[in-house]
Ligand binder design. Structure first.
Ligand code: NAP
Length: 250
């Protein structure tokens, strides 16, 4: 029970990597808040997990592009659970468009969710965690925060930003007892990949030395390590969970 008694918020927790992370936290004894868009799968997923895990899972509607919703998420969680011990800043969207064709709307939306949203959530978390004198924030980066990829200008800019934002927040928060890290998944088998055609997907799989997609639970296990006290001397870094993707060419 590595997370017994801890309270965890997972943004984008209704699906994919976020949902797997909520499940792993519950299995390890935490209480977990699925923070996701209103009207999606979040409420149903939370109700189902709450039934299986002794009333330790709840849903809160939160769009990470809206500062008021983010701040309310943290205020309500503190009021109801008493603390926020770990946050997975995981909500994100994809987007593949040639850079000369991408619209302002598409570019800015990806940046607003994948980078600005991470900052809004981290800022709200820091305010709570500084008062507590403890806490762990884990931001979701990507292999595409470490390297470029054609036709993903907004996504790669956002994820690269997350990696460096994590370094800055890690340094800034360290004296206050709060750790800030990121996780860098390779291609993971989640609904986010559904938009990719099969030929492109097979090509991407072949770029992983392990020659397969990752599973959401494999990223969740990395999150669990960074969120837990096992990572007590780890801050400002990005843990790659990518089947060797960023290690180099084979
Ligand atoms: P996913 O299955 O699509 O889950 C993402 C979740 O975030 C969904 O529930 C989505 O809701 C929610 N969301 C979207 N916009 C939001 C917003 N503005 N506010 C709050 N929640 C929002 O994707 P995933 O693959 O698990 O991705 C999770 C994270 O991992 C993302 O940051 C992604 O960039 C990163 N990542 C994924 C991969 C991969 O290969 N899957 C690789 C590297 C990094 P809706 O479904 O209702 O839109």
């Amino acid at each position: 029970m590595r997370m017994k008694g801890k309270n965890v918020i997972v943004t984008g927790g209704a699906s994919g990597i976020g949902l797997a992370s909520v499940e792993r936290c519950l299995e390890e004894g935490a209480s977990a808040v699925i923070a996701d868009l209103e009207g999606g799968e979040g409420a149903a997923r939370a109700a189902e997990l709450d039934g299986r895990h002794a009333g330790r899972c709840l849903f809160k509607a939160c769009d990470v592009t809206d500062t008021a919703q983010v701040d309310r998420l943290f205020a309500e969680t503190v009021a109801e659970l008493g603390s926020v011990d770990a946050v997975f800043n995981n909500a994100g969207i994809g987007g593949v468009t040639p850079s000369d064709e991408v619209s302002d709307d598409e570019y800015l939306r990806i940046i607003d969710i994948n980078l600005n949203g991470v900052f809004r959530v981290a800022r709200a978390a820091l305010r709570v965690m500084y008062r507590q004198g403890s806490g762990s924030i884990v931001n979701c980066a990507s292999i595409l925060g470490m390297m470029g990829q054609s036709q993903t200008a907004a996504y790669t800019a956002a994820k690269g930003g997350v990696v460096n934002l994590t370094r800055t927040l890690g340094i800034e928060a360290a004296p206050k007892g709060v750790r800030v890290n990121a996780i860098g998944p390779g291609y993971i088998d989640t609904p986010l990949l559904q938009a990719l055609d099969d030929e492109l997907l097979q090509g991407l799989i072949s770029l992983h030395p392990m020659a397969r997609l990752g599973r959401p639970e494999e990223v969740a296990n990395g999150f669990l390590f960074l969120a837990s006290d096992e990572a007590s001397f780890v801050t400002g870094t990005t843990l790659m969970v990518d089947g060797g993707f960023t290690a180099g060419k084979s």
